[in-house]
Design a protein around this ligand. Structure first.
Ligand SMILES: Cc1ncc(COP(=O)(O)O)c(C=O)c1O
Length: 494
């Protein structure tokens, strides 16, 4: 990475570079000593753009959908919600972005300035993984782990905090599952001078003490969830004092605090339209990078918890498919077998949180009080799926599959030992699905271009690797009965 940063900083206004290829367009000024001898990589190993090629606009897929997604409903009246209903939780600009039909939204200059700390992120050809799998497929991954928090989450944390700061908000609260989102929000708050309070799902709080320390280092206050601080938390603890918690419960706690304090707003790390919108910076950037090397994806694969990294990479390509007609990639969302909202959930109106305080959203859901088993991919332990991802799935525009965690970690080990990077537990699902596709290509002889969302590193997830390497990681069996019971409690108009 240091090498690519050096190239970026010296590249001035050069268009794009393909490292290891013959297009190194004189990026080293004559006054500098010659660059150190590089390890000889196969051509087109790594693709990145100059810093002035960070996308200037986010893309809103809703503008291009012939059938618009169903609106969120008020949790009490079951009528479509109004902007005023959301204003205790979000600043005006984010509420506007939540419902806009505009195709593109300009990224504020101040946000772009912060993005420049890690964007553009590298697009990397996984040549060594291809070799290991003996596949004719060409595998590329867009790596978001270079951000300060180590994942794609700061792409939305930074604008969310910036819009709050613009409106004079001083305190924000949130939940975190994997710890990545809490870290991202804490990081963004430290830049713009806001106070940040995070409810970290109990399972993740216990598994990942260093994530908590990162949040604290950036100045945030962190509570395990469920906590005794909130009514929602206390109610859950009364029924099960040793619950591992869930994202739904942690959301209830943070929303309760924001709703009760007029000087505090709530931030969400996934699911909502404005979050997916901000993440499209990934796909927009990736389109420029692939164009620079004349590649076009046949298959796009991403893991889905609430759907934001998947949508962030895939939606700009979906536009090219729907409107541009330039490409026709298969787009595949991968979820854990232990929390299969898309593949086994019901498409219905449900609450976004366990206590039933959020608006009702039409989405694929396992039921708002479904508590998934404590798999290591904490960021994928959410009962629902982004309404927009659910809608495009219902519209037949994407495919889905669920994979169990041992296969995911097998793939992660192959990836780490060939490509070097240690993935977060969440993208191991995308890696496992990519390996399946690459193996299919070996059987059919097709040289498909596979593009994968590699949304974060796993440097603070090593206890999961410890378990896997010691043969202690098991596939948590998934119970249809639990889903049936949970779905029976769906909200209905009184
Ligand atoms: C590294 C990483 N990937 C993926 C996810 C899942 O979220 P989403 O589906 O919104 O990308 C998370 C959530 O915390 C995460 O931390």
């Amino acid at each position: 990475m240091a090498e690519s940063l050096a190239l970026l900083s010296s590249s001035g206004n050069l268009q794009s570079h393909v490292q290891g290829n013959h297009r190194r367009l004189g990026c080293f000024p004559a006054t500098r000593s010659p660059p150190p001898r590089r390890l000889k990589l196969p051509a087109k190993s790594r693709v990145f753009a100059a810093s002035d090629e960070i996308p200037r606009r986010w893309y809103n897929l809703i503008a291009d959908l012939p059938v618009k997604p169903p609106p969120p409903l008020h949790p009490k009246t079951f009528e479509p919600i109004s902007p005023e209903d959301l204003s205790p939780l979000f600043p005006d600009e984010l509420i506007k972005q939540e419902t806009t039909l505009e195709r593109f939204i300009d990224i504020p200059e101040e946000v772009i300035d912060v993005y420049k700390l890690w964007r553009p992120t590298p697009l990397i050809r996984a040549k060594r993984l291809e070799k290991l799998l003996d596949t004719p497929a060409r595998i590329y991954y867009k790596y978001e782990g270079v951000s300060p928090a180590g994942s794609h989450k700061p792409n939305t944390a930074v604008p969310q905090v910036w819009y709050n700061a613009q409106q004079g908000v001083k305190n924000v609260v949130t939940e975190t599952g994997a710890g990545q989102w809490g870290c991202s929000l804490a990081f963004a708050c430290s830049l713009f001078g806001l106070n940040c309070e995070v409810w970290q799902v109990r399972a993740s709080y216990d598994q990942k003490p260093y994530r908590k320390l990162m949040m604290q280092t950036w100045g945030a206050k962190v509570h395990p969830s469920p906590s005794t601080i909130t009514e929602a938390g206390r109610r859950i603890l009364e029924t099960d004092a040793s619950t591992p918690g869930s994202l739904g419960i942690a959301i209830s706690e943070a929303v309760e605090v924001a709703a009760a304090n007029p000087d505090t707003k709530y931030c969400l790390g996934s699911v909502l339209n404005h979050v997916l919108l901000h993440q499209t910076v990934i796909g927009e950037e990736c389109i420029m990078q692939l164009e620079a090397i004349g590649e076009c994806p046949d298959v796009i694969i991403g893991c889905t918890g609430g759907g934001s990294n998947f949508a962030g990479l895939a939606f700009p390509f979906l536009r090219e498919k729907l409107v541009g007609g330039k490409m026709n990639p298969v787009i595949r969302a991968v979820e854990p077998e232990a929390c299969p909202s898309l593949t086994k959930g019901v498409y219905a109106y449900d609450y976004g949180d366990t206590a039933g305080m959020t608006p009702l959203m039409k989405m694929h859901t396992l039921g708002h009080d479904f508590i998934p088993d404590p798999i290591h991919a904490g960021g994928l332990r959410y009962h629902g799926m982004a309404p927009l991802v659910s809608h495009v799935y219902e519209s037949g525009l994407i495919e889905t599959l669920a994979i169990a965690q041992t296969e995911c970690f097998q793939g992660a080990i192959q990836f780490a030992r060939s490509e070097g990077l240690i993935p977060a537990p969440e993208p191991t699902h995308a890696i496992a699905a990519t390996i399946r596709e690459a193996r299919r290509c070996r059987e059919t002889g097709e040289s498909k271009v596979i593009l994968m969302a590699m949304c974060g590193h796993g440097h603070f997830d090593l206890p999961a690797y410890d378990k896997y390497l010691n043969g202690e990681l098991v596939d948590l069996s998934f119970s249809e009965d639990r889903i049936r019971a949970s779905v029976a409690a769906f909200p209905r108009p009184s």
